[in-house]
Design a protein. Sequence first.
Length: 386
Amino acid sequence: MLLKNPLQSKLPNVGTTIFTKMSALAEEHKALNLAQGFPEFDCSPDLQALVDKYVRSGKNQYAPMPGALPLREAIAKKTFEGSGREYHPVTEITITSGATEALFVAISTVVHPGDEVIVFEPAYDSYVPAIELSGGIPVFVTLDPQYDSIDWEAVKARITGKTRAIIINTPHNPTGKVWAASDLQALATLAEEQDLIVISDEVYEYIVFDGRDHISAASVPSLAERSFVCGSFGKTFHTTGWKLGYCLAPGYLTAEFRKIHQFLVFSVVTPFQFAVAEYLNEPEHYLTLSAFYERKRDLFNEAIKGIGFVLKPSEGSFFQNVSYANLSEENDAALAERLTREVGVASIPVSAFYARKTDFKTLRFCFAKHDETLLKAAELLNRALW
Ligand SMILES: Cc1ncc(COP(=O)(O)O)c(C=O)c1O
């Protein structure tokens, strides 16, 4: 070892993520990758042409620290149309390097050493490391992946004098659950009562099924007053590689958020911001996404219905969770690996989304794939020996 005083890990429990692991395994075994959550198809040629236009017209230097103003204005407009909340583009909207940065900065803005943060699990994997890097303590409210409703009394029971914030995610990764208006209302009451700050991860805001509405934290006035709402264009425009996201928050929260954002990245990729700003002028570009994915969900579910899985209703996002408890005793991580190696279909074991890797015998399949891929995956799964 080179160092006399060995480097102490700030994240001793963090290793390679399950997404990297399953994608590598899928690659190695030439399996269909329904594991990692990214679209198999490309973004619109019109959007590509807009990037080209702005690169060629010289939008290639630093954007303003809070983001290109036309993009902030376009986000203000779409947010007002979707939620009724007016965010001021100058003081209340910040463009970030994906929702990941928005979430990291929001958590860093709020959490001081010793603060507790309520996290619903199963949970997206970036929340806990961000809390821990700020010296905070994640306090879990554990839900079965098949959960129907939230037990708000159980949430309340986890709150102590040290609880500072609560992180929510709707539509939800991994379960596909979409929170009802009553959940947002219950959260608003609780947050007010307990003086909590809310961090709302809404990256799948435009992917909701069966006539549901996405209810944003922005749409409940008392909640919006104490919330950071984090969004991403990666999921909405099939551009996960652009890492373009945003954070909406009232001015008093945004001012502190930007102090951290400016020293983390300063600003994010300029021509893409202008391109997305122009593309947002046409609401059809994002309002058609639910129907696009609902058809894919139905195609996949129809094709796997004979296997004997119990399908969790996928109400939004691009994930389908299946319980296989009645087919196999295997734990979910072992089964996901076996299916990748032997059957040729990669998925994510939902235990990966739990702090204690609790095994609910549930796999998550991503259906943001070409129809042929979904049908082929279903055929392979149908042929598998259970
Ligand atoms: C729930 C959730 N939040 C945040 C992100 C990260 O979004 P971005 O790629 O914009 O950083 C993802 C990406 O998979 C996600 O599923």
